[in-house]
Design a protein. Structure first.
Length: 464
């Protein structure tokens, strides 16, 4: 079987470094800004094709008679498919051109959303939603690769957090767009309109994005930051990629810290996804809010997440000098108290409900972004997308738990069971990460020839 049709995904060739320092400084400023705003907008549009279903659910239930358990099953199918694909797509992304990899995934998800909107039976919904989850996973590994190659560790937390707030932009806009379309034109248009926007954005990404710095004749970011560039026409221009075996076994699967971060990611995603997917139902049923007011609850959850991501990323750079764990611990503790507040605030206290949802967003999106970054920083950056993808796989298994299992818990025990699941998950995040408070502070990680992690004095990792 020929794979020639996938040749366009191969990394771009490295170019010799022949520019002077002034040209390099200017090019780095230009390309870092261009790549950041492109992946920011592109990943926000991934959320249009992922979360439109969440806000179409009540209208699909009324139109087609689907139960909460059946709707939760569809959500779980996407999360399982996404989770499995995210690990595989992480390996693919480390060995691909993120420009085309990310754009292709976004275009295909848009097409699948349109097909979903034309469907009416559960098994067809399951087919298209499962495929959608598979290609949804082509988004963030490409972003992770770009951020690890274009930004140094000393500044990466802030830039990672800025780009990660694309979750919140997409998540804040899609409830307003999807509910507006569903109320005025029917639930199918809540799938069609976001899909068309995403397809258009996919072609914009092809125009805007590029591969890693060396493919543009620029030095590595470590060389750029340390000003140790020696331009030369004869400089090595061949990619030095790790083999799949080296990526998987030497860098990721034998790394106990990646496992700890990934398991904690599972519980982060239980909370994040349950709040995102079920809050609209919760506010309308338990707190008797009207549809548009309830949808604004998810908006404020995303707004809080925006602030939380920036604060966690900047704080991990500024206060903890690149150690990501303390910010995650502080957020998990705050999350417990915010969830308890939302559970026990009586109905008709709309302001408090919205404030608590914003706080929950801040405390859940902070670790959601930082955990993936920490996992990526504990490996060679040539395996960063795979490590991030592995963490994402476990995360989306957690998201799957927030779908069908939580839906059945709500059917059986009401919203009390919903909050018990979220509080237990938040406590487990705290318990797992607290012992690692100072583990990464002012240290770098190296991997010996057997693939085991060792501690070493901080060094500069270079592409070879």
């Amino acid at each position: 079987m020929s794979w020639k049709c996938l040749d366009f995904l191969k990394p771009a060739p490295y170019q010799p470094i022949v520019k002077n320092q002034t040209e390099i400084d200017g090019d780095y400023r230009y390309w870092r800004i261009r790549i950041c705003y492109s992946i920011f907008l592109g990943y926000a549009l991934f959320y249009f094709t992922r979360k439109s279903f969440t806000f179409a659910m009540p209208y699909m239930s009324a139109d087609l008679g689907l139960s909460k358990g059946e709707l939760g099953l569809l959500a779980s199918i996407l999360y399982i498919s996404y989770g499995i694909s995210k690990f595989i797509s992480g390996v693919m992304s480390d060995r691909s051109n993120p420009r085309y990899f990310m754009a292709t995934g976004l275009i295909i998800t848009g097409i699948l959303n349109i097909l979903f909107g034309f469907s009416s039976t559960l098994w067809v919904f399951a087919l298209f939603w499962g495929l959608n989850g598979w290609f949804q996973a082509w988004g963030w590994p490409a972003c992770c690769k770009q951020l690890n190659y274009w930004f140094d560790q000393s500044e990466r937390g802030l830039w990672y957090s800025i780009c990660s707030t694309s979750h919140n932009l997409g998540g804040a806009l899609i409830p307003l767009l999807a509910v507006f379309c569903a109320v005025n034109f029917g639930w199918r248009y809540a799938m069609f309109v976001p899909a068309v926007c995403s397809i258009i954005m996919g072609f914009i990404l092809i125009n805007r994005l590029r591969d890693v710095p060396r493919t543009l004749g620029l030095p590595t970011v470590e060389e750029f930051k340390n000003k140790i560039i020696e331009p030369s026409e004869s400089q090595e221009t061949k990619h030095s990629l790790l083999s799949v075996s080296e990526i998987l076994f030497k860098q990721v699967l034998n790394n106990k810290y990646v496992w700890i971060f990934s398991i904690s990611y599972f519980f982060v995603y239980v909370v994040r996804t349950a709040i995102n997917d079920w809050t609209f139902f919760y506010l309308t049923e338990a707190k008797n809010m009207e549809d548009m007011l309830a949808s604004s609850g998810v908006f404020w959850f995303e707004v809080g997440g925006f602030v939380g991501m920036i604060a966690a990323g900047w704080g991990s750079d500024y206060f903890w000098k690149g150690n990501r764990v303390p910010a995650m611990v502080v957020c998990s503790l705050g999350l417990i108290f915010a969830l308890l507040g939302l559970k026990y605030v009586p109905a008709d206290h709309v302001f408090l409900d919205m404030l608590l949802l914003a706080l929950i967003g801040a405390f859940v999106f902070g670790p959601q972004m930082i955990v993936g970054l920490a996992a990526a920083e504990f490996v060679d950056k040539r395996a960063a997308a795979t490590s991030n993808g592995f963490a994402g796989t476990l995360g989306y298994f957690g998201a799957a738990v927030a779908g069908y299992p939580v839906g059945k818990m709500i059917d059986a025990w009401g919203w009390h069971g919903f909050f018990i699941a979220l509080l237990i998950s938040s406590a487990l995040i705290l318990v797992m990460l607290l012992p690692l408070w100072s583990s990464t502070d002012k240290k770098d990680k190296t991997t010996d020839e057997k693939g085991k992690m060792e501690w070493a004095p901080k060094t500069t990792l270079k592409e070879t």
